[in-house]
Write a protein that binds this ligand. Structure first.
Ligand code: ZN
Ligand code: ZN
Length: 394
């Protein structure tokens, strides 16, 4: 019976050495007495080496701290459906090894010489982006997610800093430029705050842009990680929230989360009764589905915003949109200032994700459960388990 390390090595097709992805600078990882962050460091991570092999432990390298960089010891990382899409190359060929994770909360362990926003010991967050050009018209207006040169995503993105690709939060530590690091206010429930960095900002941003106000009707399509945050955020704005789900088992949950009504997609009578009622619909379903019935729910000037499916959308009715000047829109995460805003907003109101805390070695089972819609409503990895696993098998 091979131990975990032997299994890992066999699984990676390597003879002996742990997998190490070196940055283009070629400097070896530090094991000397130099200050932490002065040299690139090799850190533990968990990821996929191809589209089908289960995720397993591996070693990655984090760059030496530049003047504006922050080194964060990762405490918790949320598990987003996007992680699965990338780990499994479901959105096109991914870059491997793929270390997912873009809902990161941790403790600042070292800072670069010019860092002003953070000091060692601060609690910090990293969401879906770790850099952008900073100079285009979108970056200059705080919309880094729409950077005209493309933001550097937290994982699986070409990394101009290293010449390789970025590695996410299923990892011991991460180095990020301070402009893309979010302050986590004192008193925040850290594991339940991590998912806000993707799931909350992704649904908060369209509510801000389409100015969802008290008393307006919000429909949330799909009740998963994003959907459950959309309900909580909509309720916080005193909107009148309805959830549309395919899971009978989630109807009661939707109301517990604060929705006034919860409807099964298959309930034709309810769909008919609700026609023409909604100011804003946010579709959080992570894949394409026939959308036609939902456009009928929009009132004059109503908007359906897709934040979930990234492939070709299905069932978009020309006349159904035109007749009531309805809009179909898309939105992706939010800018850094807006991400800070949603973190502050949620902490002040004690809004957090409903989570199930898992150990890193449970990640493959967690992916299966997400795919089976069997999570209420976000898995969060306790990153202490990554250290514990390594020590147990050292
Ligand atoms: Zn996400
Ligand atoms: Zn830009």
């Amino acid at each position: 019976m091979p131990n975990r390390r032997q299994f890992l090595v066999a699984g990676l097709g390597l003879a002996a050495a742990p997998l190490l992805t070196r940055v283009a600078t070629g400097a070896p990882p530090s094991d000397t007495a130099a200050p932490l962050g002065a040299k690139p460091i090799s850190v533990r991570a968990y990821g996929a080496t191809d589209a089908t092999t289960p995720l397993g432990p591996l070693q990655i390298e984090r760059r030496a701290l530049g003047p504006h960089d922050v080194l964060i010891e990762i405490l918790y990382c949320g598990v987003c459906h996007t992680d699965i899409h990338y780990a499994r190359s479901e959105w096109g060929q991914s870059r491997y090894p793929c270390v997912p994770g873009h809902e990161i909360v941790g403790r600042v362990e070292a800072v670069g010489s010019a860092v002003t926003k953070f000091k060692v010991g601060d609690i910090a967050g990293v969401g879906c982006m770790v850099n952008s050009c900073g100079a285009c018209e979108n970056c200059l207006t705080g919309l880094e997610q729409y950077c005209l040169k493309g933001p550097t995503l937290t994982y699986n993105s070409p990394d101009p800093e290293s010449g390789g690709h970025t590695f996410g939060g299923y990892s011991d530590k991460v180095v990020v430029t301070e402009r893309f690091v979010i302050r986590i206010p004192p008193g925040a429930d850290l594991p339940a705050t991590a998912p806000l960095l993707c799931a909350a900002i992704t649904t908060f941003s369209p509510m801000q842009h389409w100015t969802l106000t008290a008393g307006q009707r919000l429909g949330v399509i799909g009740l998963g990680g994003l959907g459950h945050m959309a309900v909580k955020l909509g309720v916080a704005r005193k909107a009148d929230v309805t959830v549309f789900t395919t899971s009978p088992g989630k109807l009661a949950d939707a109301k517990r989360l604060g929705a006034r009504e919860a409807v099964l997609w298959s309930d034709a009578a309810a769909m008919q009764r609700l026609a023409g009622q909604f100011d804003l619909l946010i579709s959080t379903v992570p894949q394409a589905y026939p959308m036609q019935p939902f456009f009928d729910l929009l009132r004059l000037n109503g908007t359906l915003v897709n934040v979930g499916a990234m492939e070709q959308l299905q069932g978009i009715p020309g006349a159904g949109l035109a007749r009531r000047r309805r809009s179909l829109a898309g939105s992706i995460i939010g800018g850094i200032a807006e991400t800070q805003e949603v973190i502050d907003y949620c902490t002040a109101r004690n809004i957090k994700a409903d989570i199930e805390l898992i150990r890193i070695e449970d990640i493959n089972r967690a992916y299966e459960r997400v795919n089976n819609k069997d999570v209420r409503y976000r898995f969060v990895i306790d990153m202490a388990s990554l250290k514990a696993g390594e020590q147990a098998h050292a």
